[in-house]
Design a protein around this ligand. Sequence first.
Ligand SMILES: [Ca+2]
Length: 423
Amino acid sequence: MNTTRTPDPILTLLLAAGLAGCAAHAQNQQAAPSPTNSAPAVVQQIQGADFQACLGNIKAMALREGVPDSVADQALSGLTPDQRVLDLDSRQPEFTLTLSRYLANAISPERIAKGRQMLAQHRALLQTVERDYGVQPHYLVAFWGLESGYGTFVGDFSVVRSVATLACRTRRAQFFAGETVQALRILASQHMQAAQMKGSWAGAMGNTQFMPSTFVRYGVDRDGDGRIDLWRSLPDVFASSANFLNKSGWQRGQDSHIEVSLPQGFPYDRIDLNEERTAREWRALGVTQADGRPLPDFADRAAIGIPAGHRGPAFLMLPNFKTIMVWNRSVLYALSVGVLARQIAGGPGLMRDSPPDDQPISRDTAIDMQQRLIKLALYSEEADGLIGPKTRASLRVFQIRAGLVADGHPSLETLARLRAAAP
Ligand SMILES: [Ca+2]
């Protein structure tokens, strides 16, 4: 789960596998990046003079939220910062991940096969959860597969130590101090012993990789044993995920995306997360399903995504796609959930492949590109090497000027033309 500005599980896997050179700023691919830095004053206020002073400040916050003194003391006393957590936190992705690389890591043939097996094995339970929360079984299994490999990697870091380390030693003090307080609240509610509270290096827990605040807000004791257990109780796991999605706006029985085909001469400047249109409006622009059938009606309005540019797959981001983005703000993550879910249910993957020359863009290349856009007075932000919505908008203007398809995608051709135009 990445609602909480923690790493995308798929990117975390790449980092763990030593593939940091290919990992990326998934959040910046299309979704608007959000600031992760707390105000310096708040950081100083929480962090205090040293680690113990910082823990003292967090403890005071926890007591104000009703955590008993004894619980806070037991969890925090003698705690030291975890250097492994800080090392992982400081790793900078060097490349923007491509769609094809992301999907290949998220959706392996083994993950699809095991997902089908899990769907069959737990169908009765998943159907009762669907009845109560409206989230289809194949989607719940897809989230489970992406977050923890169906429970095979749930993390072995002490959650309290991880989130306290991040609160006391990074600039995201406010966010992680809040997570530490919520972790203490979970311990106070006796869902588990502190020693059992293990998770990812950033504090995401169990089969669903819930952050402590998500656990407190959305966790469900489905099996009725009086405790929320996201490690060992699949009823609790599925109901908690479904509850999160339900409360975040999931529409019962609806898919999250429709793969589409765009006609020759399509106005690519209409493609943006904020460019939402009705099925009728997209049909009028010549949009069909990827297999050529007419676009079906869908609720509300939907934007189109083309994360590999105009030569790659295109898809409509239906309302449930946006709900998945509440769970994790990455468009690529949300697409992976939808594609994996469909394949687990026996359907096909994406019909259209990414263009074979779609390459990861290194941070240096991205900075170089931004500097050239600045030279052409098409970009006025900092050249930070992150390819976000503003960079894409600038690229689009350049593409129009250069007579290229204005998809905002940093293709090899666009980069070559940009180098020629701004030497
Ligand atoms: Ca339970």
